[in-house]
Design a protein around this ligand. Structure first.
Ligand code: HEC
Length: 449
């Protein structure tokens, strides 16, 4: 279904991304650039084979009052009028059943409509959480009516199940070192002058201190060299160097420094407001009204980078200089967790699958974890085919790429432990690291032949 939809979309519609509250909102523009309609190759009104056992009259009546009229018609018709938000209610109902798929049901929480709301997909409210809760509650009312009508969905089962572990109590924190191409220094190694002071009360990541100044300190429009944090960084070779810093800018009155390299060029370091978050930004410079990356030319050896006071309450934790233009600091400030899930394989003791994950987002209603890679710890190599990551026992179709895996991993050679390549682009799972439990099902899990 999704494939048909994507194909139809790709050929007829133009996408544009538009900000919507804190989430990116997908808006579809037709060829004439007016708001279009999500086309579908799925024939209208076709009854899904999976829904035969569902008591259709009960389902339709409950769908109408609980889901169709209060949610789908007001909020989804503009784009989904050819499927589940069709003006033909019978067609909308069968399209909705096809998406929920009651023959492989892992709970309302993992059903496609709720998952879409968790992704912040066209939420009608300012917070995605309202949409997640509303969709969950209304679908639960519909399922309760089906249950009263004598119907319960079929729950999926998975073969070769592993143990189930609570991620937060099992994960062992690890962090990535900043590679040699970059010269990094934390505030722990810097020299501070007033009004800057060191603090450590709200920082994540490997370096546990930062510098800040009292919010009430009078802002300076011009750099004052006496009010500085001085970092000494080592340039490995002569070259043109860019500068990045990890900062926190709580308000529009606390979002500025000046930056000075080797006592020369002083540039304002104007930042967006990050609120309570720590983020990496590159130091920029405006020349003839055009903003570009700030750089300085250095010989090999020690470089003095000064962060000068401008606005009280702006905080800084690390500085990086590099000749490379593609630094991604978030990678190095993120704590990763190795979550080890014990496997059950006849004749093998102590085998486990280790998922290296990080907490991707803690936005309300949009909890997710990033998955860096999966690897096997086992005394003997294992043959693994078709992996189903289960969160609280439920499988989610947005983890489907792992179904394709067919690999041999594990054994005494540590370099052969990876199932997914350590360099692969990471996956995102909708999961709450703090609360959810992780387990795995496998099509094949056996000692490699
Ligand atoms: C502004 C247009 C727009 C609105 C409004 C909109 N959607 Fe979507 N929807 C899309 C597009 C485009 C896709 C395909 C890309 C994707 O999967 O995100 C899609 C895909 C989906 C899918 C997965 C594909 C499918 O056909 O099943 C679901 C489920 C979905 N939307 C649910 C909803 C619900 C529920 C609402 C109303 C609360 C809604 N959408 C409102 C544009 C929209």
């Amino acid at each position: 279904m999704t494939i048909y939809l994507r194909t139809a979309l790709a050929s007829t519609l133009i996408f544009s991304l538009q900000g919507c509250g804190s989430y990116a909102k997908l808006k579809i523009l037709g060829p004439n650039k007016t708001l279009g309609n999500v086309a579908s190759a799925e024939p209208l009104g076709e009854t899904d084979a999976n829904s035969k056992a569902v008591p259709m009259a009960i389902s339709l009546a409950s769908f109408k009052t609980n889901i169709y009229q209060p949610i789908l018609i007001p909020y989804c018709t503009s784009c989904h009028q050819t499927t589940f938000a069709s003006s033909d209610i019978a067609a909308a109902h069968s399209a909705f059943l096809a998406r929920v798929d009651l023959t492989k049901f892992d709970g309302v929480d993992k059903s496609l409509p709720v998952v879409k709301m968790k992704q912040g997909h066209n939420c009608w409210d300012a917070t995605a959480k309202t949409c997640v809760t509303t969709m969950t509650d209304k679908m639960s009312l519909w399922l309760a009516d089906l249950a009263k009508g004598g119907f319960t969905p079929t729950v999926s089962t998975y073969a070769n199940l592993s143990s189930e572990v609570a991620m937060a109590t099992t994960g062992i924190p690890t962090s990535l070192p900043i590679p040699d191409d970059y010269s990094a220094a934390g505030i722990d190694k810097a020299m501070l002058a007033a009004p800057f002071t060191k603090d450590s009360n709200d920082i994540d990541g490997p370096i546990k201190t930062y510098a800040t100044s009292p919010i009430a300190t009078v802002a300076l429009a011009k750099a004052n060299n006496a009010q500085a944090i001085t970092f000494t960084l080592n340039a490995k070779s002569a070259g043109t160097y860019f500068v990045w810093a990890r900062v926190k800018t709580p308000t529009s009155a606390s979002k500025q420094f000046f930056v000075q390299a080797n006592g020369k060029d002083t540039v304002p370091f104007l930042l967006p407001v990050t609120g309570s978050e720590w983020k990496w930004f590159q130091v920029m410079k405006t020349v003839n009204k055009v903003e570009g990356p700030y750089s300085f030319v250095a010989a090999a050896g020690a470089q003095s980078i000064k962060i000068l006071f401008s606005q009280g309450g702006t905080s800084i934790n690390q500085v990086v200089i590099t000749t490379r233009s593609d630094f991604n600091g978030e990678l190095f400030s993120t704590p990763y967790y190795d979550v080890s899930v014990p496997l059950t394989i006849p004749g093998v003791t102590g085998a486990s699958l280790i998922a290296t994950v990080w907490q991707n987002s803690t936005d309300v209603g949009k909890k997710s974890i990033g998955v860096k890679h999966l690897k096997i710890s086992s005394p003997v190599p294992l043959h693994i085919k078709g992996i189903y990551p289960l969160l609280n026992g439920a499988y989610n179709a947005n983890q489907s790429s792992y179904k394709q895996i067919d690999a041999v991993a594990g054994g005494t050679d540590a370099t052969k432990s990876f199932i997914t390549s350590p360099d692969d682009a990471a996956a995102i799972w909708l999961a709450d690291y703090a609360a959810d439990k992780l387990s795995f099902g496998f099509d094949v899990l056996e000692v490699a032949k």
